[in-house]
Design a protein around this ligand. Structure first.
Ligand SMILES: Nc1nc2c(ncn2[C@@H]2O[C@H](COP(=O)(O)OP(=O)(O)OP(=O)(O)O)[C@@H](O)[C@H]2O)c(=O)[nH]1
Ligand SMILES: [Mg+2]
Length: 322
């Protein structure tokens, strides 16, 4: 069936469930859905795929409304005054042209599922973090460079940040011990955080298409670590959680070290570096003109016979004037 105009519904004042989805031309020309105004008992409304480009505010004040699907339309904004559908549990506004998500979304405190995927949004309001009953938060396919502050959402079970531009994992990710499904696919992550160790219930963890630096798996950030290519390919969240645990307790097997050569001038630091890196063993007499080190010289040393190990050598100047 493909409706092009609304049937007469205004007499159905006790109607609880209304599904007008997939009538793609329904609101293309006639945007007004004012006829539905009298249906005060609606609990479940599906207006997805109907060509809708605006929603009247009264819809967000229906006292019994629990489920509202507005996805795959042409909406540019949601409500203009404070939403008061306090019983709303499911809100899907994905695949629209929304300019932003209003911060007063925080009033919808009973929301359990919020889908804001594919909205081309560069940021989300931190007030999403006040929706303490959220179990499912889907914000994939946006332009997010950072996650909103969601650290208080202890009930989260599904979290989808895939296809965004996140530079770091959401802060305090370890606060979601119930999390079963975490999708961070296709972002700009360079490392993970130790608090992954608390995600013991994870069944699915998607991390591919990020910017992990496997060549130098020891990020500068405290409480961070890089997973290996093998772990990434394994798609086993338990292993990654276990690795996070090893890192946090200092049990992770390190294979990259920093070696700082410090001491008095002419003590032999640069000579030692040359010996290690280039295997130079030439004896020099004290009268040889050996250039003094005037600024930190860095080198990499890969000891023979110890596979995978490498040392970053920092050769410091020892002369007092430097
Ligand atoms: N006899 C002897 N001479 C050494 C030894 N190690 C280094 N030297 C000599 O000591 C001089 C200074 O050595 P460097 O390695 O340049 O000293 P450095 O600690 O790097 O000095 P700065 O760069 O000025 O801080 C050079 O002429 C070396 O050849 C050693 O084990 N025995
Ligand atoms: Mg030197």
């Amino acid at each position: 069936m493909s409706l092009t105009e609304l049937p007469e519904l205004s007499t159905l004042t006790s109607l609880k469930r209304l599904d007008l989805s997939r009538n793609e031309s329904l609101f293309l020309y006639q945007q007004s859905i004012h006829q539905l105004y009298g249906l005060r008992c609606l609990e479940h409304i599906d207006l997805s795929w109907t060509g809708l480009s605006s929603v009247p505010d009264w819809l967000f004040r229906l006292p019994s409304l629990e489920v509202l699907y507005l996805n795959n339309n042409r909406l540019k904004q949601l409500w203009t005054t404070k939403p008061e559908c306090f019983n709303l549990k499911i809100l899907d506004v994905s695949n629209n042209n929304l300019a932003s998500i209003p911060s007063d979304i925080r009033h919808l405190t009973n929301l359990e599922l919020l889908n804001i995927s594919s909205a081309r949004l560069p940021r989300l309001p931190d007030e999403i973090g006040e929706l303490l009953n959220l179990k499912i938060l889907l914000v994939s396919n946006n332009f997010l460079t950072s996650a909103p502050s969601i650290r208080s959402l202890m009930s989260l079970r599904w979290l989808d940040f895939s296809n965004n531009r996140l530079n770091g994992v959401p802060t305090m990710i370890g606060n979601f011990p119930q999390l079963r499904w975490l999708n961070l696919f296709d972002n700009r992550l360079t490392h993970l955080t130790h608090d992954f160790r608390f995600l013991t219930q994870l069944e699915t963890l998607l991390l591919k298409q990020n910017e992990f630096d496997f060549a130098s798996p020891n990020p500068e950030h405290v409480d961070s670590f890089c997973i290996t290519q093998r772990l990434l390919d394994s798609d086993t969240p338990q292993e990654i959680v276990a690795t996070a645990n090893e890192w946090s307790t200092g049990q992770a097997r390190l294979n990259r070290f920093k070696l700082a050569l410090v001491g008095d001038g002419a003590a032999g630091k640069t000579t030692l570096r040359a010996r290690l890196v280039n295997n130079e063993l030439e004896a020099r007499s004290a009268s040889d003109e050996q250039p003094r080190t005037t600024w930190i010289q860095q080198d990499e040393w890969h000891p023979v016979g110890v596979e995978d190990w490498s040392f970053d050598i920092w050769d410091f100047p020892g002369q007092p004037e430097h």
